[in-house]
Structures are given as structure tokens and as C-alpha cells.
Design a protein around this ligand. Structure first.
Ligand SMILES: Cc1ncc(C[n+]2csc(CCOP(=O)(O)OP(=O)(O)O)c2C)c(N)n1
Ligand SMILES: [Mg+2]
Length: 348
């Protein structure tokens, strides 16, 4: 099966047929929100208010936002450490995110973890397992459950290109391919796995490997949020029609260090320059100028939302130690949709 490169939907200036002007603004707003929250979180980290380390997705916003936006309310998302945008698309509020990062009671896990391992399953978000890329196996298992229950649902997981060197990557692709499962694998190819560049990581590009397991691998411009959306929308349609998985390789760049402690001195400055000129937020803003969107008002609204969210998060108390063993076992049957915040993704 040939590997295809997914054509950017706007190569002739047109948006994907499925995106309304409102959707296109929502994509920009989610990316702006992600960046603004992460900038605020970095300040809080430097102030010593974020325990542990801090991982961000600066410059990669289009990958999590674009892909999550294409998923339906009943789908499940296995979200990784640079994919804050996916939580935001599902409706997790900025105050809960920032409280999560600070280990406060108002965070998604109620203070049990920080910046990486969390997910509100009522919103279809599955908290990350640290061993990479084991979320591929979780997503594949969920897709198997959807198949056995004959549910028209799809699982999606993100993974870094560094994860593609692990055995679990191949096991997940193999089982998903054999069973033709409704699962989407989004490889976030940000050029580095910690300090290892892609040239030292693989001899065969991740998208090309899907062919070995009998399903399509597509390459997409990961800094084009509408292209990522469209590739994922097509993959989801294929998945719920029973046609099996898709691997999407989204080409992007990790613009910051591996985590806050890393000065990424090993990254050539000209590589960063190349990608800085392709910033996903700048690109979506440039597109929306034709829609007469008030971008200043949008930026102000996002800044105010994050400011208010940070104040609320800072007021959130430390967790009560007496609750430490709560939530270890499921004590209630939780149905997707119970207690959900309004979900803002594309669902037609
Ligand atoms: C099995 C395993 N080995 C090592 C690590 C430590 N680790 C966390 S992130 C990371 C780099 C991953 O690179 P990549 O998959 O490209 O994702 P990126 O961080 O670039 O998004 C490493 C080595 C881990 N979490 N799991
Ligand atoms: Mg990487």
C-alpha cells in the first residue's frame, strides 16, 4: 500500500468543506488558549509553583487541536504530554488545567499528579501512561472493545516519533491492522526525541511503516491546523465505516526543550528559524484575515480567560491527604457525557 502525502486543504485558498467559519475561528482560539496557558504555566514553574518538571507543546498546537477537533463526542482520546490542545477541545477549563499543573485539589486528578498524567474520562480523555508508547496499546484495546460492542466509536492516540522505535509501536499497529480496528495513530514528528534527532532514530519514516501492517499511512503538515483536522476527519470516517486504522504522521517541530530544564543546545538555531516562520497560530491567523475576524478581540478574550483561570487555580487548596486513596478503584459507573462541560469540537 502506497504512502500518501495529505494535500493541505487550503492549497487553493479554500477551507476543508466540513469546516464552517465558526469552526475555523474555534481552531485558532483553541491553539491560542493552549499557548497562553502554557506560557502562564512556564511562569508558574519558574516561580516554583509547579512541582516536578514542565513539558509543553509550544509550536505543535495544530497537531493536538486539529486532530481532537475531528473526533466525535462518543470517541476516546489518549492524550500525550504535548497535547494540551486535545484536553481544551474536549472542554477542560483552563483553571482545572493550571490547578492540575500545580498539584492542587481543583486539578483534573485532584492533586495526584502534575503536568503530564491526567485526563477527564467523562470528556473522553484518557490519562497518559508514562511508558512510551503504551497509549497506542490502550487505544487499540479500546478500539477492540468498540468493535466487540458494535459501537460506532473511534479511538485516537498521539505519539512522538521517538516512540516509533519501540516494540509496542509495532505490536499495536499489527493488531490494529489484523483486526481492522477503529483507531487513529497520530505520530507527532517534532524532529527530536529528547536530544535524539530523527536521522538517528529511524531509517524508514513512520508513515511508511503503516503499509507493512496493511493500512494507510499519511503525511500531513503538522503546523497547518486545518490540514491536520482534514486528515483526521478522513481517518475517522474510515474507522467508523469498518475500514480500519490510519497512521497520520504530522510534521512539526519541538520549539522548546524536551522539558523546562532543557536548554536544547543540541538543536541548530537555523532549524528553529525555519519552523518559526511556519508558526501554526500565525498561519491560521493569516487565513482568518479574509473572514474579517477581530483577532485583537480574540487574543484579549483568551488572555483574560487564562488570567482568570490562573487566579482561580491559585486559590485552589492543596489536596486533603485523607483523600489520597480515593479514585484508585472505580466506585461508580461513569457514562460518557455525565457532568461534561460544553464540548466544542466538530461533530457533524
Ligand atoms: C519506554 C520509555 N522510555 C523512556 C521514557 C522517557 N522519555 C519521556 S519523553 C521521551 C522522549 C520521547 O520522544 P518522542 O517520542 O519523540 O516524543 P516528544 O517528547 O518529542 O514529543 C523520553 C525518552 C519513557 N517515558 N518511556
Ligand atoms: Mg519527538
Amino acid at each position: 500500500m502506497a504512502t500518501t502525502t495529505f494535500a493541505p486543504p487550503d492549497h487553493d485558498g479554500a477551507a476543508p468543506a466540513h469546516l464552517t467559519p465558526t469552526d475555523r475561528v474555534a481552531l485558532l482560539r483553541h491553539m491560542l488558549l493552549m499557548r497562553t496557558i502554557e506560557e502562564r504555566a512556564m511562569t508558574l514553574y519558574r516561580q516554583g509553583r509547579v512541582p516536578g518538571s514542565f513539558y509543553d507543546g509550544f509550536g505543535q498546537e495544530a497537531v493536538s487541536v486539529g486532530a481532537a477537533f475531528a473526533m466525535a463526542a462518543q470517541d476516546r482520546l489518549c492524550i500525550l504530554h504535548r497535547d494540551l490542545g486535545a484536553h481544551l477541545v474536549r472542554g477542560v477549563q483552563p483553571a482545572r488545567i493550571l490547578a492540575q499543573y500545580m498539584g492542587r485539589a481543583g486539578g483534573v486528578t485532584g492533586g495526584r499528579d502534575g503536568n503530564v498524567h491526567f485526563g477527564d474520562h467523562r470528556l473522553g480523555c484518557v490519562g497518559m501512561v508514562s511508558m512510551l508508547p503504551d497509549m497506542m496499546l490502550v487505544a487499540t484495546g479500546m478500539a477492540m472493545a468498540f468493535r466487540l460492542r458494535r459501537e460506532a466509536r473511534c479511538a485516537i492516540t498521539w505519539l512522538g516519533e521517538g516512540s516509533t522505535s519501540r516494540g509496542d509501536f509495532h505490536e499495536a499497529l499489527n493488531w490494529a491492522g489484523v483486526q481492522r480496528l477503529p483507531v487513529i495513530f497520530v505520530v507527532e514528528n517534532n524532529q527530536y526525541a529528547y536530544s535524539t534527532p530523527t536521522a538517528a532514530q529511524y531509517a524508514v519514516a513512520p508513515a511508511q511503516r503503516a503499509a507493512a501492517y496493511g493500512f494507510p499511512g499519511v503525511t500531513v503538515d503538522g503546523n497547518d491546523v486545518e490540514a491536520v483536522f482534514e486528515a483526521t476527519r478522513v481517518a475517522r470516517e474510515r474507522a467508523v465505516a469498518g475500514e480500519g486504522p490510519t497512521l497520520i504522521e504530522a510534521m512539526t517541530m519541538r520549539m522548546h526543550g524536551h522539558a523546562a530544564h532543557d536548554d536544547m543546545s543540541y538543536v541548530p538555531p537555523e532549524l528553529l528559524e525555519h519552523w518559526r516562520a511556519r508558526d501554526p497560530i500565525d498561519r491560521q491567523e493569516a487565513r482568518l484575515r479574509t473572514l474579517e475576524v477581530d483577532l485583537d478581540a480574540l487574543r484579549d478574550e483568551v488572555a483574560a480567560t487564562v488570567r482568570a483561570g490562573a487566579e482561580e487555580a491559585l486559590r485552589s487548596p492543596e489536596p486533603d491527604p485523607a483523600t489520597a486513596t480515593d479514585r484508585v478503584f472505580a466506585d461508580e459507573e461513569v457514562h460518557l457525557g455525565d457532568g461534561c462541560a460544553p464540548w466544542s469540537g466538530w461533530s457533524r
